[in-house]
Write a protein that binds this ligand. Structure first.
Ligand SMILES: [Zn+2]
Length: 65
C-alpha cells in the first residue's frame, strides 16, 4: 500500500505545500477603492477591474478578535 494521494501527484502536492507556505508568509488583504472588491493575494496586484487604487493590508496586521 503506497501513501500517495490518488488525486494529486507527488509533484503537485509539493507545489501546493510551497504555495501554502508562501501564502502564509505573504497573505495580503486587498481592497479596491474603485469597485470595492475584496480578496487575499500573496503579492501586491492590481484589481481585475483595472484599478490600481488598491488598499493593501498584511493579514498579520488584523487585530485578534
Ligand atoms: Zn476593482
Amino acid at each position: 500500500m503506497g501513501e500517495r494521494f490518488n488525486y494529486l501527484t507527488r509533484e503537485e502536492l509539493l507545489t501546493w505545500q510551497h504555495r501554502i507556505e508562501e501564502a502564509n508568509r505573504y497573505n495580503i488583504f486587498c481592497h479596491c477603492r474603485t469597485c470595492n472588491r475584496e480578496w487575499v493575494a500573496s503579492r501586491l496586484e492590481a484589481c481585475i477591474c483595472g484599478s490600481r487604487s488598491i488598499e493593501h493590508i498584511a493579514c498579520w496586521q488584523f487585530p485578534d478578535d
